[in-house]
Structure formats: structure tokens, C-alpha cells
Design a protein around this ligand. Structure first.
Ligand SMILES: [Zn+2]
Length: 87
């Protein structure tokens, strides 16, 4: 869990995996490794996986692919990376 607080994710772990697989299959989420990632407090961006806003009391991960930036809950990011590596 994050040092700030647990991410308030709208889905349970199984639902998250299903959502991530669908987003990977449709190409909405890249299946490569991010150029870089950044963690910080949320800024009410919609999470790229679960669509819920990442509030300022939560930890947000920013994943950079070139000029494209994805804002995610920590848990959503972890699920994405696990599923991406699973192939
Ligand atoms: Zn999320």
C-alpha cells in the first residue's frame, strides 16, 4: 500500500484485471514498458484503467510513453504492469 493512503479504486482486483486486459487488447493501454514513471499526489485526473479520479489524498502514478502521459492509481498501474508482462 502507498505511504499516503490506499488507493480508492472502484473495482476489485479481478475486475481490474479484466479491465486492464481489455484495454491492452484494444490498444488503449500500451503493452510496452513506460519510458519513465513518476509518483506523486493525485490531481483529480481520471485513472486510465478504472476511470475514477485520483484525488489529492491518494498517490498517483504517471506513466510516460513519449509525449503521452497516463495517470493511474498505484494499484491500477501495478495491475497493468503485471498483465503486460504476463503477455
Ligand atoms: Zn484506477
Amino acid at each position: 500500500m502507498s505511504a499516503i493512503q490506499g488507493a480508492r479504486v472502484a473495482m476489485n482486483a479481478d475486475q481490474l484485471r479484466v479491465a486492464v486486459r481489455a484495454l491492452l487488447a484494444s490498444g488503449v493501454l500500451p503493452d510496452g514498458r513506460p519510458d519513465r514513471t513518476w509518483g506523486g499526489r493525485g490531481a483529480d485526473f481520471s485513472c486510465a484503467v478504472c476511470s475514477a479520479a485520483v484525488g489529492s489524498e491518494e498517490l498517483e502514478i504517471e506513466a510516460y510513453f513519449g509525449s503521452q502521459v497516463y495517470h493511474l492509481h498505484t494499484e491500477c498501474f501495478m495491475t497493468w504492469q503485471e498483465e503486460r508482462q504476463r503477455g
